[in-house]
Design a binder for this molecule. Structure first.
Ligand code: COA
Length: 207
């Protein structure tokens, strides 16, 4: 399988819609976002941070923040969901995902600003992550969440995920979904394009 090159990936950003039609941009995090990303994490409620990071923290430790903003390092990617408010782009959500080539799967975690939860942004971002996973040629996408996180469990159920004990910790539940979509049918134009360019690279390697 030919890998997607990071420089090619960086050109992709997507526009999603909240339930009320508000426009949300999803793009890879950039180094210039370092401080704003940290402020976003700090501004989450303690409960949202606990659910997102599966433990108590008030902000991202420095080393973790550096990992977050180095997109593509160790096959891990961070995206931010942003909205323009009074002419300023502000972060209203984030997600981090990793492509595991050995198991042909993508693992992810995500969060939405407390003020924007319940507006359909998590659902739209999850669909976008599924497109990204499909563009890698992944066969499966999954995440782990606390058994007490009824919101994430509700979102995963509604989005067609199955639940397993695969997380290896009794406090956690794994939700996972098979990716059955063909590259040409990926329902996000930019990731359909990324998949096409990955396949073109594969076929040019084959001759
Ligand atoms: C979990 C989270 C990402 C969901 O995002 P969101 O934008 O609030 O969710 P949406 O508005 O898109 O809701 C999508 C679906 O989730 C379910 N859902 C949402 N809120 C729910 C709640 N309080 N209880 C149960 N199900 C809920 C519903 O099925 C909903 O669909 P519907 O509105 O059509 O009924 C968000 O609440 C969050 O960031 N929580 C804190 C961090 C976290 O828990 N991350 C998950 C770790 S993997």
């Amino acid at each position: 399988m030919a890998a997607l090159r990071l420089n090619d990936l960086k050109q992709y950003s997507d526009v999603l819609r909240a339930k009320d039609g508000s426009e949300i941009k999803v793009r890879f995090v950039e180094r210039r976002d370092r401080e704003e990303l940290q402020s976003y994490i700090r501004s989450l409620s303690a409960g949202s941070r606990y659910n997102r990071f599966l433990g108590a923290l008030s902000e991202l430790p420095k080393t973790e923040l550096e990992r977050f903003i180095h997109v593509g390092e160790a096959g891990r990617f961070t995206v931010v969901a942003t909205m323009v408010v009074d002419g300023f782009e502000m972060i209203v959500g984030e997600a981090r995902y990793a492509f595991h080539a050995d198991t042909s799967s993508v693992e992810f975690g995500l969060s939405i600003d407390d003020r924007w939860q319940g507006h359909g942004i998590g659902k739209a971002l999850l669909k976008n992550l599924e497109c990204r996973a499909a563009s890698f040629g992944a066969e499966r996408i999954f995440g782990d969440t606390l058994r007490s996180n009824t919101t994430m469990i509700g979102l995963a159920r509604k989005s067609g995920y199955a639940f397993t004990n695969g997380a290896g910790d009794w406090k956690l539940v794994r939700f996972e979904k098979e990716i059955l979509v063909k590259p040409q049918d990926i329902p996000c134009a930019s990731w359909r394009l990324a998949a096409a360019s990955r396949l073109a690279a594969t076929s040019s390697l084959a001759v």
